[in-house]
Design a binder for this molecule. Structure first.
Ligand code: KDG
Ligand code: MG
Length: 402
């Protein structure tokens, strides 16, 4: 089997996506996702200008060799743009390989380790009360695990809080907006939020929270400690993770489980976190972490240290990545949970797919390959529109993590 063409489809059905389609001489094609929120065109240019021509004539079944060719062979390694580009190719090749064998992708990754993938969704509110209500709504929809976020008093909006009645979407069209942040007010609000949720929702529901890199390690340690009575499933991205040993300090002070890694691109970003058991869940995604070839290795390495997966699954990862994550999640032994932030109806229309949600679990479906298509005619009606993630500043104007 030989690759005969590789081309990009960049579209914006409610938000931007970069999709790669690879075709073969046997009439089988595969899809890959290369979406990097706010930097989509950098990945598209990397693929178009430096990668796609190199694929022509190669056997798409040689996923390991092609991965090494793009990673090692480029000399300049890692980084979100490079690794998202490699992921787009890698996932499309796994899609082809599974379609050629007429089997769902999970069968090539070890087969089923479970009947469904436990997922969590997002409850948001401008106030504590609204967020509590939102948790209950999602429980009624069947979710067994819910992440809760609310605004800090006096500071409208912020990460995870929708503007108005539209579903929350992190990127906004146009140039970046700026908002305000106060760690002090935040640290005083979050324990109250989880006290109210736990009291009203009962002991069984899994509760999660995303700090979104906004605290220092000692502040995160305080938060983790204050959340212990509400036994969270995890506290996510407690602080920026460039300094891996910062997590040792958090770990020393709290038994609230820790998840991190949605911005990681390589096992090397998490090497110390994992081998020192400073985290409980690794969140690196298929799209930003170099594809299925790389994520399978990361999951296996994590398993040696009792670290489970909790792959990122926000709306800025296309349905192609969602499907890839579900196939991987069904197959690996050390699945923890999968994030599920449902796409808009329009996005789902552009990317028809076989994955399903039922009673708290998702399943990738039984279609050969990934089980995701793209309606190119519909996609063409929604061209790319510039959009960025917001910027955050402290009350004195200092730029801080959003
Ligand atoms: O593009 C940024 C989003 O993917 C991120 O803000 C979402 O933190 C996130 C999450 O946990 O879903
Ligand atoms: Mg997050």
């Amino acid at each position: 089997m030989k690759i005969t063409s590789a081309r990009l489809i960049v579209c914006s059905p409610d938000r931007n996506f970069v999709t790669l389609r690879i075709d073969t001489d046997e009439g089988i094609y595969g899809l890959g996702d290369g979406t990097l929120n706010g930097r989509e065109l950098a990945v598209a240019a990397y693929l178009q200008d430096h990668v796609l021509d190199c694929l022509i004539g190669r056997d798409p079944r040689n996923t390991e060799d092609i991965w090494q060719y793009l990673y090692r062979g480029a000399y300049w390694r890692r980084g979100p743009v490079t690794m998202s580009a490699i992921a787009a190719v890698d996932v499309a090749l796994w899609d082809i390989k599974a379609k050629a064998l007429n089997t769902p992708l999970y069968n090539l990754l070890g087969g089923k380790s479970r009947e469904g993938v436990l997922v969590y969704t997002h409850a948001n509110g401008a106030t504590v009360e609204q967020a509590v209500e939102s948790v209950h709504q999602h429980m009624e929809e069947g979710y067994l695990a819910v992440r809760a976020q609310c605004s800090v008093p006096g500071l409208a909006g912020g990460y995870g809080v929708p503007k108005g009645s539209k579903p929350y979407e992190p990127a906004e069209r146009g140039l970046p907006s700026e908002g305000l942040w106060s760690s002090e007010r935040y640290l005083n609000t979050v324990p109250e939020l989880f006290e109210k949720i736990r009291l009203s929702a009962g002991a069984d529901v899994h509760l999660l929270h995303d700090v979104h890199h906004r605290l220092t390690p000692i502040e995160a340690a305080r938060l983790g400690k204050s959340l212990e009575p509400y036994h969270l499933f995890w506290m996510e991205d407690p602080c920026p993770a460039e300094l891996q040993e910062g997590f040792e300090l958090i770990r020393r002070h709290t038994v609230t489980p820790i998840a991190t890694g949605e911005v990681f691109n390589s096992v090397w970003d998490a090497h110390d976190l994992i081998r020192n058991q400073w985290i409980d869940y690794i969140r690196t995604t298929v799209v930003h972490g170099g594809g299925i070839t790389a994520l399978r290795k990361l999951a296996d390495f994590s398993a040696l240290y009792h670290v489970r997966t909790g792959f990122h699954g926000a709306t800025d990862l296309s349905p192609v990545t969602m499907a890839a994550a579900l196939h991987l999640g069904l197959a690996i032994h050390n699945l923890g949970i999968q994030e599920h932030m449902p796409h808009s109806a329009l996005t789902d229309e552009v990317f028809p797919h076989h994955y399903t949600f039922q009673a708290g679990y998702m399943h990738p479906g039984e279609a050969p390959g990934l089980g995701v298509e793209i309606d190119e005619a519909l996609a063409a009606q929604y061209p790319y529109q510039r959009a960025y993630l917001p910027i955050a500043r402290k009350l004195d104007g200092t730029l801080t993590d959003w």
